[in-house]
Structure formats: structure tokens, C-alpha cells
Design a protein around this ligand. Structure first.
Ligand code: ZN
Ligand code: ZN
Length: 372
């Protein structure tokens, strides 16, 4: 028996839209389903027709070559050979009848579903910007407002690209599938290639009137204040990613990357979580010992300098450094004392120092002085 025409099976003309095919199939499937007392052969025939006509690529091949289109080309795809009818029925029952789960199931079952749609995902571009913070802010964490100018979905058309109220037509080139099939024959072989539809750019719909605000791009530049939460312990040159704050795209926005630069501090130098501070002390303080009040990033701390401390000796103040970004445990502050030689001396100071010197010389020999 000759195979029936797929359009005829569905009761449709060749120009039927994707929606018409879906509707016709759903109605007829209800009628012919064996569970509902329908004819199993008819149902199988119907399923086959729908499997072909609901797939843009297969439909175009069918339109061009009729049933012959599948004698070669689709045997490799196993569309029908793999479709065990008993198994299909089982799945069909489990999924319930009618509605969208059914359509999805059908697509999965025959190995071509919506995932084969015509368009690649398009995400907006990422943006990069810099921000400068103080060392105090890096140590304590800070929230900063960042003004950025990025594309967002057009407010007027809500990103649809079409002037609100205007009509959207199904693309007649790709029949709403977003893909166009090219068939080339060579002897018995048929080569099929599929490309994104040029006319609708893979959207499947044609806009009759572009949005006046965004000129049909669907996006517009908008200035926005973005709150940047800079975590405690961040280091110079680190980069933060703000999800979805980049440029708008068809399938989602890109990200915003914020490069964080920590300004040089007038007193402290930082090395990872530790801080370094230089403190000038007098010769007398170094020789006799003293208690100092030294600045820290968070306030002040006491530092005991013992008697006979040499210049450039390093002391450690535990836990006065920067909290670690991950562990939050604080680093240390190192204080280096530097003995300063006074550049101006009063007469009295000079007298006392000379006296001090002659007293020192009595105690030491020449070589002791040399290696003091
Ligand atoms: Zn618009
Ligand atoms: Zn198209």
C-alpha cells in the first residue's frame, strides 16, 4: 500500500503553520489513540506524519522529495527504527495525555525536540571597570556605589524590539523555525545542511514595526548605580564579578568585572595580611628603652621598646594586620624602630653629648668604637 501524504493524514495543506500542525496532531492523536479505542495503525501513521512535519528540517525535505526524502537521509538517524511502538505507548501513558508534556515527550522520543531550535544562545558582553579604595576600606570592607552606563532591555518595548501594539508575523522563509535547510544531491546521496534563517535571524518571527525608542535593537543605554560590596581583606588588583551587570543580551546579560585597586597608604605598607610601619625614635629612647603609642589601621597600640634596642629592630604587634579575605584571621603589624640623629642641637645638648662621648671612650677601646 502506498504511503499516505503526511499533510493529508493531518488534514492540512502544505502551507500549514507550525501551530496548525501541532493542533491538528493533538486533536487527531486524541481520536486515534489506542487507549481511547482508536486504531493503532492510524495512530502510528499519524505519529510518523507529525514527527516529520513538526521538524523544520524534515518538513522541508519532505516538501521537496516526498517520502523519498527519508529513504536515505534519515535511516542513520534511526527516527522510526528506534521508535518501538510498544515502548512509546508506555511512555505516552505515563506522561498523561495532551498538553505540553506530551509534545515534549514526543520530541524526546524521536530524538528531535525544541532543543534543535534555530538560534544559538546570545549573552550580552561583559564589562570591566576599575575602582579605587583606601587601605582602611580594604581592611574593613566597604560598600561602594558605582555608576555604570550599560545596555538594558528597552523600557518602551520591554526588549521585544517591536513597537508595542504592532504585529509580529511568523517568518515565511523558515516557517517560524529559525532554521533553513539546504539540500544538495549527488547521485544517490543527499547532503543536507542547516543554517540560521537570514530573514528573521533565527527568531522565527518578523517584526512589522520596529520599536521607535530602541530602533528595533531591544536594548538601550541606561545609567545605573550599582552597589559593589567589597569584602574585608581584599588585595590590590583583585577582581570582583557582578552577575548580570554587563551589557544586555537576548538570552541574558553579561557580567560586570570590577578591578579593585588599593591606594598607597601614607604610613603603612602591606604585604598580604601583614602591615609594616616605621617609627622614628631618639638615641636616648633606644638606649634607655621606652613605651610608645603607635598607630594601627584600627586605632592605636602600645609598644614596649626595651633598653639597648638597635636601630631598625622590628617588633611584632599580633593581630593588628589586615583580616584574611578567606579565613578572616587577622595578620600582624610589624613596627620597625629607626633611630634618628637630630639635625639641630642646642648648645646644652652639644655639651651633654660631648660629655657622654668622653665618658663612653673611657669605657671602650678604639676597636670597640669601630664595631659598635
Ligand atoms: Zn525598544
Ligand atoms: Zn526565518
Amino acid at each position: 500500500m502506498a504511503k499516505r501524504d503526511y499533510y493529508e493524514i493531518l488534514g492540512l495543506s502544505k502551507n500549514a503553520s507550525v501551530d496548525d500542525i501541532k493542533k491538528a496532531y493533538r486533536n487527531l492523536a486524541m481520536k486515534h489513540h489506542p487507549d481511547k479505542g482508536g486504531d493503532a495503525e492510524k495512530f502510528k501513521e499519524l505519529s510518523e506524519a507529525y514527527a516529520v512535519l513538526s521538524d523544520q528540517q524534515k518538513r522541508e525535505a519532505y516538501n521537496q522529495f516526498g517520502h523519498d526524502a527519508f529513504s536515505q537521509q534519515y535511516s542513520q538517524e534511526d527516527i522510526f527504527r528506534g521508535a518501538d511502538f510498544e515502548g512509546f505507548e508506555e511512555l505516552f501513558k505515563r506522561a498523561g495525555f495532551g498538553g505540553s508534556p506530551f509534545e515534549d515527550l514526543f520530541g524526546q522520543f524521536f530524538g528531535f525536540g525544541r532543543s534543535r531550535g534555530g538560534r544559538r544562545k546570545q549573552y550580552g558582553a561583559d564589562l570591566i571597570t576599575d575602582i579605587e579604595i583606601s587601605l582602611e576600606e580594604a581592611a574593613k570592607g566597604v560598600k561602594k556605589d558605582l555608576n555604570i552606563n550599560h545596555t538594558r532591555a528597552c523600557i518602551h518595548c520591554k526588549g521585544s524590539c517591536a513597537e508595542p501594539g504592532s504585529e509580529k508575523k511568523t517568518c515565511d522563509t523558515c516557517k517560524g523555525n529559525g532554521q533553513v535547510q539546504h539540500v544538495r544531491s549527488s547521485g544517490m546521496m543527499r547532503f543536507v545542511s542547516v543554517s540560521t534563517c537570514n530573514k528573521c535571524r533565527g527568531e522565527g518571527v518578523i517584526i512589522t514595526q520596529a520599536c521607535k525608542t530602541c530602533r528595533g535593537s531591544g536594548v538601550q543605554y541606561q545609567e545605573e548605580t550599582v552597589k559593589v560590596d567589597i569584602p574585608t581583606g581584599i588585595e590590590n588588583g583583585m577582581r570582583l564579578r557582578l552577575d548580570g551587570m554587563g551589557e544586555a543580551g537576548h538570552d541574558g546579560s553579561g557580567d560586570l568585572y570590577v578591578n579593585v585597586f588599593v591606594k598607597k597608604h601614607s604610613l603603612f605598607e602591606r604585604n598580604e595580611d601583614d602591615l609594616y610601619l616605621k617609627i622614628p625614635i631618639s638615641f636616648a629612647q633606644a638606649a634607655l628603652g621606652c613605651d610608645l603609642e603607635v598607630p594601627t589601621l584600627f586605632g592605636k597600640a602600645r609598644l614596649h621598646v626595651p633598653a639597648a634596642t638597635q636601630s631598625h629592630t622590628m617588633f611584632r604587634l599580633r593581630g593588628e594586620g589586615v583580616p584574611n579575605l578567606r579565613s578572616h584571621s587577622k595578620g600582624d603589624q610589624y613596627v620597625q624602630v629607626v633611630v634618628k640623629v637630630p639635625d639641630k642641637l642646642s648648645t646644652k645638648q652639644k655639651e651633654l653629648l660631648k660629655e657622654f662621648e668622653s665618658e663612653s671612650n673611657k669605657k671602650k677601646g678604639f676597636f670597640d668604637n669601630l664595631f659598635c
